[in-house]
Design a protein around this ligand. Structure first.
Ligand SMILES: Nc1ncnc2c1ncn2[C@@H]1O[C@H](COP(=O)(O)OP(=O)(O)OP(=O)(O)O)[C@@H](O)[C@H]1O
Length: 300
């Protein structure tokens, strides 16, 4: 067996070397081959595809957060090589959704031991962008934009941009086209979900499943100041959005048209302003290594 680690050295501001050192000792004990690919931020996709071709791993471990998992997934699309996640990012939203062990060495053991794989869906936007976990338009995308352009990290910086948004909250008007039917929506945010919760634990809906060949559009209506404080500070439970009374659309393809250009973010990456987006699911885009602990698999 040969395993390829795809390591993002900057994700989560976490030093990956202690984990990699322990992992190497472990793999050597069992005579398992390994190779480490480090992302640099430049030409990573091309270089990783080449490494995969050269090294021909039996399994791939994505070491980082959601951004790293999405990156590894796009490099593996079109191959049959299974991938698992070692959660070493800041919030690890997708790993939490997929019941990955939070201890990196335990997560590695699961990747090595498990014989269970499932087809993980990816969301494709406008034929060129990918999203594994959650994307959105509106208030959260604006917060992500402010936060990611600031040199400072952490909750204080997040709150700064959150409070800024409270003052300027815009109402977005848009239509959603699904199977030729059009739905008019208006609100503070539209979320595109392959999973139920943001990495912070904030739930957006209760039905998204990244193994079901569908995605959900969650139209978040206008909320009052108190609701927004709760949303921003992630301090509410699953019942909150049901009370907020937003519409949830489940589909494999949709076109969304906005009255005015709106900022789009996908898995924490700012894509830019859009007036129309085509959203499609790529069913079973990646072969994902999982365990029986993952109740999302086999539940459809
Ligand atoms: N070594 C590096 N130096 C600088 N930028 C990098 C490096 N490796 C990857 N990147 C860039 O980092 C981004 C991915 O980081 P991102 O924050 O999305 O990762 P993540 O795994 O989700 O971590 P986090 O949980 O901290 O957000 C990509 O834009 C990528 O090009």
């Amino acid at each position: 067996m040969k395993i390829l680690f795809v390591v993002n050295p900057i994700s989560g501001d976490i030093d990956k070397e202690p984990f990699l050192s322990e992992a190497k000792t472990y793999l050597e004990t069992y005579g398992i081959g390994y190779h480490v690919f480090y992302t640099t931020g430049v030409n990573d996709l091309e270089n990783l595809k080449e490494s995969i071709k050269q090294y021909q791993p039996d399994r791939v471990a994505s070491v980082g957060g959601d951004g790293t998992t999405l990156f590894t997934s796009t490099a593996l699309m079109g191959t049959d090589i299974p991938m698992g996640i070692i959660p070493l990012g800041s919030a690890n939203g997708m790993a939490v959704e997929l019941f990955v062990d939070s201890d990196p060495m335990e997560a590695l053991k699961e990747i090595l031991l498990s014989n269970i794989t499932a087809g993980l869906d990816l969301i494709q936007v406008n034929d060129e962008h990918y999203c594994l976990h959650i994307g959105d338009i509106g208030v959260n995308a604006q917060i992500v934009k402010g936060y990611s352009s600031d040199s400072k990290r952490g909750m204080t910086t997040y709150i700064k941009y959150f409070l800024e948004q409270l003052r300027v909250t815009n109402i977005i008007d848009y239509t959603i086209e699904i199977d030729g039917d059009e739905y008019n929506e208006s609100g503070i945010m539209l979320a595109i979900c392959n999973a139920r919760k943001f990495g912070t634990g904030v739930p957006l809906n209760s039905i998204s499943n990244p193994f079901d060949g569908k995605f959900e559009l969650v139209a978040i209506p206008e909320m009052d100041f108190e609701d927004l404080i709760l949303v921003g500070l992630s301090k509410f439970d699953e019942s909150f959005l049901e009370e907020a009374d937003g519409n949830v659309y489940s589909t494999n393809k949709a076109i969304i048209r906005f009255e005015k250009p709106q900022l789009l973010q996908l898995d924490g990456e700012i894509i830019g302003d859009v007036t129309e987006i085509k959203v499609e699911i790529i069913e079973s885009a990646v072969r994902y290594i999982t365990t029986r602990k993952n109740t999302l698999v086999g539940s459809r």
